[in-house]
Design a binder for this molecule. Structure first.
Ligand code: SAM
Ligand code: GLN
Length: 283
């Protein structure tokens, strides 16, 4: 079969299975199998696949049709200006999370600290910490996670990107952390109990529950992070939190309840227009 034919057929299969990004995923998986990039596929639609390649591709498509995310099948996910190793022990980094990176860089530019101390709580694959490390070579960065599996993947990613200024620590929220930081960032778990049940099967059945679930309401990490960050921020230090699309009011209310501790509270939207990042500066 030619590349054109196999892409057409596999896209139909994924569409029938209800996979939303069918065509893109087919191209990503075929490029992974053939060890080329997607552009090479588009440029050479008449190249043919061997029987073994077709059979191997059929197995990849069957996994995707069963809901397994393409990033777990290939073991890679593009984020910011690089690609990260991912596996079922870590959340697949989302494009929305690039907004907290942009906002953190804006704060760093505005404050122009010469050697900012940055903390990423719940680093997962290391996505946020690594993007900040790449863009801010003078920063010292601490990244934590409660999951040993996540930290191992994050450390591998840091080694591959030669991000030597990141220290990785395991533990519950601030428990493993000493000292104060100029900037604390976190994309914590924020899915409540009811919403968790209604997540798409590709998320619920494959991504780590520990990375997504936050108690009954989805707000439990915000209470703890806003409360406890105060004791770990340097004077005029900033706290930046990613939030779910419908959590703006609730998380703003938690900041409001701490208004003796934070000022300049502001919300930033993502590129779909949903509120996505809340920030506040330590008084
Ligand atoms: N920062 C990554 C990103 O944006 O792609 C991962 C975010 S994921 C939504 C939340 C992360 O927090 C997971 O890696 C999870 O293991 C970690 N986590 C969950 N509970 C935690 C806790 N009590 N203390 C520290 N990290 C925790
Ligand atoms: N954005 C993730 C989702 O699509 C949730 C990430 C989180 O809980 N921080 O489900």
């Amino acid at each position: 079969m030619t590349i054109r034919e196999i892409i057409f057929e596999a896209t139909q299969k994924l569409e029938e299975a209800g996979i939303p990004s069918a065509r893109l995923d087919v191209e990503v998986l075929l490029a992974f199998l053939l060890r080329c990039d997607r552009l090479a596929l588009i440029k050479n639609p008449d190249n043919t696949l061997s029987e073994k390649q077709s059979a191997d591709f059929g197995r990849l498509i069957a996994r995707r049709a069963g809901g397994e995310p393409a990033a777990y099948i290939t073991g890679r996910k593009a984020f910011w200006s690089f690609a990260l190793d991912v596996d079922p022990g870590v959340l697949i980094p989302r494009p929305d999370t690039e907004v907290i990176v942009e906002e953190a860089l804006a704060v760093l530019r505005q404050e122009s600290w010469s050697h900012p101390r940055i903390l990423d709580v719940g680093t997962g694959s290391g996505a946020i910490a690594l993007a900040l490390a790449c863009e801010t070579p003078g920063a010292s960065i601490t990244a934590t996670d409660i999951s040993e599996a996540a930290l191992e993947t994050a450390k591998k990613n840091a080694a591959a990107l030669k991000a030597e200024q990141i220290v990785f620590l395991r533990g519950n929220l601030f428990e493993p952390v000493d000292g104060r930081f100029d900037l604390i960032v976190s994309n914590p778990p924020y899915i409540g109990a009811d919403e968790y049940q209604s997540l798409p099967p590709g998320v619920k059945n494959f991504e780590p529950e520990e990375a997504l679930r936050a108690g009954q309401t989805g707000l439990e990490f915000y209470k703890k992070l806003i409360d406890q960050s105060y004791g770990h921020l340097a004077e005029n230090g900033w706290l930046l939190l990613e939030i779910g699309a419908r959590q703006k009011q609730e998380v703003c209310a938690i900041f409001e309840a701490h208004k003796n501790f934070y000022e300049h509270i502001a919300v930033r939207a993502d590129y779909a227009g949903f509120p996505r990042v809340i920030k506040g500066r330590r008084r």
